[in-house]
Design a protein around this ligand. Structure first.
Ligand SMILES: C[S@@+](CC[C@H](N)C(=O)[O-])C[C@H]1O[C@@H](n2cnc3c(N)ncnc32)[C@H](O)[C@@H]1O
Length: 464
């Protein structure tokens, strides 16, 4: 049964009389209701309280009103609540009692956090806020002036504005980040957390104006680095209607960290071809490779170029996020169609954490000539990263290779990411990266970098 169809028993009470009901989720703030034993209730009738049986407990809700309406699934109508705002999504599906006062519980604590913020940081923040507001005002003013022009005239005007004043704004923004680095130079982890939180609350309006920054902060899929954010990064173009928003979207994509992400898209197909050449004489679709935490696997667009080369590879794409796998599938089907090539791809919707718990998964998957993972180890603690690395190593065929990516601790955009994007990753030094090889003995390994020096790669070859 779909969890939306869960039905709860209970009663409503009016002037001391109870009427038995069956209720179900209608919306976050309201419930569908049926009055049992044929009770006829008029539209607008109010009850003093509702009691529902949730997970074997009686839970009481405040005064509610019956709204007669034709509903899906044959309910008589809806109950809306008069004295309190409840979150039925949490109450029914997660069995967590949440009303409006619960979400305000932390308010005093969060408000008091500003007392821990250093005065010089407050000054820095208010200067940034003022300067950005003034820039926005100037750009918005010009946007308004040509708002009534035809689309083509507007586009050309915006392009000129972006190339001239926009570029100056990008440099100005860079300078605010240099000041930020100076301001936070002696902070520890706790200081970064409290000051980052404070900072984002002040610049929230600017964050929301940028499609990229909005997504990294709101994390609609629950984590930073989802396939949509990666697509924006690969696309590296302007998005938004207004010039200021376009600039605020593009600036974070132009960072060296952004280049480092784009570099791996080009690098992976190159390595795949090189490793594949080491295994000559394999049948059609004979070279097996896997991308772990594949996201939308855009790099494969540069691998499956012709019918000849795509028929060499049998590819396995593994990700915990079904939306990312669907995007990967659409992308591959699209190129297969336009380039008139075949492809052999398996999709595995699993988490590396379940992979660690369930050894049978490996037996099902078989072994691979090449396994790579980009943008995953940056989120794994050393104990988990070691276990994942060992499992992946065990999945290699003799002579096969592993290629793992991790951002280096010297990422110059680290605090831009943490303060503006709320994007915190697990940075590693070369030593810490090499330490992950702990339980792997019969391997040849090396560590190297892309040209930005941010994207670090660990290459491991299993002896033949
Ligand atoms: C930063 S993206 C990298 C995507 C792709 N490799 C790239 O370089 O563009 C991270 C991906 O890791 C996936 N991921 C995160 N944790 C995972 C886990 N525990 N198991 C499997 N996939 C995971 C996410 O769903 C997301 O698609």
């Amino acid at each position: 049964m779909d969890e939306r169809e869960i039905e709860l028993e209970g009663y409503v009470e009016r002037d001391g009389k109870r009427v038995a009901i069956t209720a179900a989720y209608a919306s976050r703030l309201s419930l569908f209701v049926n009055f049992n034993r044929g009770a006829e209730i008029a539209d607008g009738i109010e009850f003093n309280r509702l009691v529902l049986n949730i997970a074997d407990e009686e839970v009481e809700f405040c005064k509610c009103r019956f709204i007669l309406e034709r509903t899906r699934r044959g309910f008589m109508g809806r109950l809306i609540f008069m004295d309190d705002v409840y979150d039925f999504e949490n109450i029914i599906f997660k069995k967590k009692f949440v009303d409006i006062s619960t979400s305000f519980h932390n308010l005093p604590l969060v408000l008091s956090q500003k007392d821990q913020i250093r005065d010089s940081f407050k000054n820095y923040t208010s200067k940034v806020v003022y300067d950005l507001a003034v820039h926005k005002y100037f750009f918005d003013d010009l946007d308004r002036k040509y708002a009534n022009e035809s689309e083509i005239v507007r586009q050309v005007a915006q392009k000129i504005l972006i190339e001239k004043e926009g570029r100056k704004f990008m440099h100005f923004f860079d300078s605010t980040l240099k000041d930020l680095e100076r301001e936070i130079a002696d902070f520890d982890k706790k200081d970064h957390q409290s000051h980052g939180f404070y900072f984002r609350k002040q610049v929230w309006e600017f964050i929301l104006g940028s499609e990229f920054l909005r997504r990294t902060n709101l994390k609609p899929r629950g984590y930073a680095g989802d396939s949509q954010m990666m697509s924006m990064c690969y696309e590296n173009d302007y998005r938004g209607n207004f010039v200021f928003n376009k600039l605020m979207h593009k600036h974070p994509l132009e960072t060296e960290a952004g280049h480092a992400v784009r570099n791996r898209r080009v690098f992976i197909p190159h390595v795949l071809r090189r490793v594949q050449k080491e295994f000559s004489g394999l049948p059609r679709w004979g070279f097996r490779f896997m991308s772990v935490a594949c996201g939308s696997a855009v790099e494969l667009q540069d691998l499956f170029m012709t019918a000849d080369d795509s028929e060499v590879f049998h590819c396995t794409l593994f990700d915990q996020d079904i939306r990312a796998l669907n995007e990967a599938k659409e992308g591959i089907e699209q190129i297969a169609k336009t380039r008139e090539i075949g492809s052999k791809v398996d999709y595995l919707n699993e988490s590396v954490r379940t992979m660690l718990r369930n050894p049978q998964l490996f037996e099902r998957w078989g072994q691979f000539h090449f396994i790579y993972s980009m943008g995953l180890f940056d989120y794994l603690t050393p104990p988990v990263a070691k276990k994942v690395l060992k499992k992946l190593y065990d999945l290699l065929l003799p002579g096969g290779q592993l290629l793992i990516g991790n951002f280096h601790i010297n990422n110059p955009n680290r605090y831009y990411m943490e303060y503006w994007m709320d994007w915190v990753v697990y940075y590693r030094t070369e030593e810490a990266f090499a330490d992950l090889l702990d339980g792997i003995h019969d391997a040849e390994s090396s560590i190297f970098f892309d040209e930005t020096g941010i994207q670090m790669f660990l290459n491991v070859r299993k002896s033949a």
